[in-house]
Design a protein around this ligand. Structure first.
Ligand code: FES
Ligand code: FES
Length: 216
């Protein structure tokens, strides 16, 4: 092959390469405009099409008489939502696996471990936490006052759960016996061992002074 024909061939290769690059850039531009148009149209839809099995994340939950709007992951527990998204840190996390009762809240008047309740499950239900028990001027709930009077809280970590469980008990059974109270409170552990003080406090709140036991 002559020198002239080699130059012609490499020039042709250079041109076809330039043509190739131009086409790639052009097709890329078309692809991005297509996705922009498609995305734009999808964004115009009033509600994105629901994916089968998906859960709406932005939900409203009724907590302490207020409707709270919150972004909730599908697997999120109520304790996490209350503490870390709604700032209701009175609900404590102890074991985080339904053993200790530190995270007790009321849902429709019944006690639940919020560490083991999915937030999505409490839509359309009424959640009450320890913060929801105070009076209109911030005064203590009578059960809280009885707990103070009977020196029930020691370290205090289990106390919010104990209060909520006691309030739920007294709403259903305003005058429980000590034994009934012991049974109702059996899901709330106290590492400080102040069980007798808590039971005395419940008896005091119920007006059952005959069953308040002080000392041996
Ligand atoms: S933190 Fe929920 S039961 Fe212990
Ligand atoms: S008062 Fe300390 S764990 Fe109950």
């Amino acid at each position: 092959m002559t020198e002239v024909s080699m130059d012609a061939e490499s020039e042709a290769r250079r041109l076809s390469r330039r043509e190739f690059i131009k086409r790639v850039i052009a097709s890329g531009a078309v692809a991005s405009s297509a996705s922009f148009v498609m995305g734009g149209l999808a964004g115009c839809s009033p509600r994105p099409a629901a994916v089968a099995g998906s859960v709406e994340r932005l939900i409203s939950i009724d907590v302490n008489g207020q409707l709270r709007r919150v972004d909730v992951l599908p697997q999120e527990t109520l304790a996490m939502t209350l503490r870390y998204k709604l700032g209701l840190t009175g609900t404590k996390l102890g074991c985080d696996r339904a053993e200790c009762g530190a995270c007790t809240v009321m849902i429709d008047g019944t006690t639940y471990y919020s560490c083991s309740t999915l937030t999505h499950a409490v839509r359309n239900r009424k959640v009450v936490t320890i913060e929801g028990l105070r009076g209109p001027n911030g005064e203590l709930h009578p059960v809280q006052q009885a707990f103070v009077d009977e020196l029930a809280p020691q370290c205090g970590f289990c106390t919010p759960g104990q209060v909520v469980a006691a309030v739920a008990l007294l709403q259903k059974n305003p005058q429980p016996t000590r034994e009934q109270a012991r049974h109702a409170m059996s899901g709330n552990l106290c590492r400080c061992g102040a069980y007798d003080n808590y039971l005395n406090a419940i008896m005091r709140a119920a007006g059952n002074t005959a069953e308040i036991h002080h000392g041996a």
